[in-house]
Design a protein around this ligand. Structure first.
Ligand SMILES: [Zn+2]
Length: 728
């Protein structure tokens, strides 16, 4: 009677047993003499990587046998694999695990959402505290009795509040004319001190658009007997004055009020930080169950297993010695997948009754590698990530979607409205992370539209400010939205669903918008993507110098392919397999630069461009990459032909490429692609007409240049006889 030493694990319990095989019967005997007996066929014993699994009273158990091969031989392959696979207990366990997983996911998601909210609250509280402290400092600098406006050149009570300008006003035919003058330069005839609360001081909220002061905000109007004066400055600082004035006119101490406000803000910060910490603890405390096989796998898996089991069954019947036992249909892998694990423990079996000592040291070595069954690879990711490099003209917008995340990097140009439509078409209904790499209008142009169209969990911006309306619109939209806000810095890293995001730039911002671009390295499974916004050589050198891991399979070429970016050193550190640049067809900047294309070609990188290919979608399962493009039959750009001084892009002809059908000679100026300056090499084309050309593009032929104002038959004839112009 073959007897084997083994360990039986059920749930968290584990005990040493002796396994005896006798015909169709398996007996397990514990040291204290308890015995359980089963029919092998009914038991559904199956071999796994770590031993054997069996179902006892509806519970999954694991049997580790010291001599697994001999044991399996003794069992004689009598237990067909398909039985284990089709056994109802297997499916019950699988279903239980699926429920546990779904339950975990929903709890985790809810907590994540609350954490995101709490993070935003904490940031808001931190900003409030900062504001309160600043106000406090200003009020203190005013001095206790100085709350008022002194209109004397020697006494500069107000001058201690920086950045406040005095506007002198004169009434003229019912209109008020404003003149900005420096506080220090003003001479007043009236030496009267005007105190707060007196009739002569009035606070107004107004909008000034003249005299170069376009900002709106709070203004202090000071009326003296002869003139009206207006104090203009940052609203916040004037608001401090206003509050201080009000307080002192009501007999209160403005400084004490500021202290109270600071205390309140600091208390708020403390409580939000505590709430956040509690939520984080709760999130960390969630136990993550084994992840079940994703349902998408099941039909394929079932079919493969059926074929495999039939084969194994036939083999088992033909040769009873079964030298190579069938491997378990669902391999247990480093991250437990499939129905092999069970979380429930009900100890009703006769084999285990007393408390047991755990022994988890020995993992039985197995002979069959998991090659024949399409199992979910351990440690890898489920599903796919698709990275859409949208064709948004001369601008950037990239969408990364995966099974459990949606990330948008940049939101196109301010003078177009295509990004929301692109996102909708790609099936986006909410966004986890929206990144504005830097505040240029070709990157955050439609950030406000995206925020209005979709719920966004968090927005990242570089922290640089810009003076444009587009930037202000984006900021307003962020403030109006429920999204959290963060300015990421190099060295931070985040898991957003199954995507891992590393911030590789910037460390600080120095006012150079491009070089302050947020650069991100995003990993999905074993595949990496690098996005650097409009970072130029300086920023690239900084990233290299800081020693970030920059290697990536796919590079989003920096700054639309400009020659100022993608240095050879940077490119060799990234060493991508594939590169995509975002640029508008025939853009006035000559992007992408032939030098950059050459550098990429020198490294053997496949290149795609939104100007040529339209929207480019790179899909990965975490290992392999596939590329789909809207135009041009999914073929990468050919390597650049010899670069020339004037024409901006390559002039290769291929049958499916309609844009370069009329090839231009290298010395010609392509009216569809040349830069503003280059265009002016053409006869009769000055700055005005060059601008028109940029706006009227594309031209089907040189003849259609008559669309340009001022170019008629005679001038067209001149242009054609000169021969420089061509329509590529
Ligand atoms: Zn740009």
């Amino acid at each position: 009677m073959p007897t084997f030493r083994a360990t039986l694990e059920r749930g968290t319990q584990s005990r040493d047993v002796e396994a005896v095989v006798e015909g169709d019967r398996l007996s397990l005997r514990t040291p204290d003499g308890r015995v359980g007996r089963w029919s092998l066929t009914e038991l559904g014993l199956a071999r796994t990587l770590e031993g054997f699994t069996l179902t006892i009273d509806g519970d999954r158990a694991r049997l580790r046998v010291a001599e697994a091969d001999a044991f399996w031989k003794a069992v004689g392959g009598q237990v067909p694999t398909w039985w284990r696979f089709w056994s109802p207990a297997t499916w019950t366990a699988w279903w239980r695990q699926r429920r546990a997983w779904a339950d975990y996911r929903s709890k985790a998601r809810k907590l994540d959402a609350r954490i995101a909210d709490a993070t935003a609250d904490r940031e808001r509280a931190a900003r409030e505290l900062q504001t309160a402290r600043r106000r406090h400092d200003w009020i203190r600098s005013l001095g206790p009795r100085d709350v008022g406006i002194r209109t004397t050149e020697s006494e500069t009570g107000l001058a201690t509040v920086p950045d406040v300008t005095l506007l002198e006003t004169r009434r003229r035919e019912g209109q008020v004319a404003w003149r900005a003058v420096d506080f220090g330069d003003v001479h007043f005839t009236d030496r009267r001190m005007v105190f707060c609360g007196s009739k002569n001081v009035e606070f107004r909220y107004a909008e000034l658009t003249t005299a170069g002061l376009r900002s709106e905000g709070l203004y202090v109007a000071v009326s003296t007997r002869k003139r009206d004066h207006i104090l203009a400055g940052p609203s916040e600082r004037l608001a401090v004055l206003l509050d201080a004035c009000r307080a002192s006119s009501e007999g209160q101490d403005p400084a004490a009020m500021a202290v109270a406000e600071t205390n309140r803000a600091s208390g708020l910060l403390e409580s939000t930080a505590e709430r956040l910490a509690a939520l984080r603890r709760e999130r960390d405390g969630l136990t993550r169950p084994g992840r079940p096989i994703s349902p998408a796998w099941l039909p394929g898996l079932a079919a493969a297993l059926l074929l495999f089991a039939l084969g194994a069954y036939a083999d088992g019947n033909a040769t009873t010695s079964s030298s190579a036992p069938p491997s378990n249909p669902v391999q247990s892998t480093p991250s437990p997948a499939g129905p092999t694990t069970s979380t429930t423990t009900t100890s009703t079996t006769s084999t285990t009754t007393s408390t047991s000592t755990t022994s988890t040291t020995s993992t039985t070595s197995t002979t069959t590698p998991p090659t024949t069954v399409p199992v979910v690879a351990g440690g890898s990711v489920d599903g796919e990530m698709a990275v859409h490099f949208f064709d948004v003209g001369q601008g950037d917008s990239t969408l990364l979607t995966g099974p459990d995340f949606t990330i948008v990097i940049d939101a196109g140009r301010h003078d177009r409205d295509d990004v929301v439509a692109h996102l909708r078409r790609a099936g986006v209904d909410s966004i986890d992370l929206l990144v504005g790499t830097h505040p240029d209008a070709d990157h955050i142009g439609q950030l406000a539209d995206v925020l209005a169209a979709f719920p966004v969990t968090e927005v990242w911006m570089s922290g640089d400010a810009h003076t444009t309306r587009t930037f202000e619109r984006a900021l307003d939209a962020i403030l109006d939205s429920d999204a959290g806000y963060h300015e990421p810095r190099a060295g931070e890293s985040y898991d957003i669903g199954s995507a891992h995001v590393e911030v590789v730039h910037p460390t600080t911002i120095g006012g150079d918008l491009n070089d302050g671009s947020i650069a991100l390295r995003v990993s999905f499974g074993d595949v990496r993507f690098l996005f650097t916004g409009d970072a130029e050589a300086g920023a690239e050198a900084a990233m290299l110098q800081r020693g970030h891991e920059l290697s990536a399979d796919v590079l989003h070429v920096g700054h639309h392919g400009s020659a100022a970016s993608t240095t050879a050193a940077f490119l060799s550190a990234v060493s991508p397999r594939l590169a995509v640049y975002s640029a508008g067809a025939g853009n006035q900047y000559g992007h992408p630069s032939p030098e950059v294309l050459q550098r990429l070609a020198d490294q053997g990188v496949e290149v795609y461009g939104t100007d040529v290919h339209g929207t480019v979608v790179v899909t990965t399962d975490g290992e392999d990459l596939t590329v789909e493009t809207a135009r041009r039959a999914n073929a990468p750009l050919p390597p650049p032909t010899t670069t020339t001084t004037t024409t901006s892009t390559t002039t290769t002809t291929s049958p499916e490429d309609e844009t370069t059908a009329n090839a231009c000679e290298s010395w010609q100026v392509d009216i569809n692609r040349a830069s503003f300056e280059e265009l002016q090499r053409i006869k009769h084309i000055g700055p005005d007409r060059a601008q028109q050309i940029l706006e009227l593009r594309p031209f089907s032929s040189v003849d259609s240049m008559t669309r340009i104002k001022g170019i008629a038959e005679k001038r067209l004839a001149d242009i054609k006889s000169e021969g420089i112009a061509c329509a590529g």
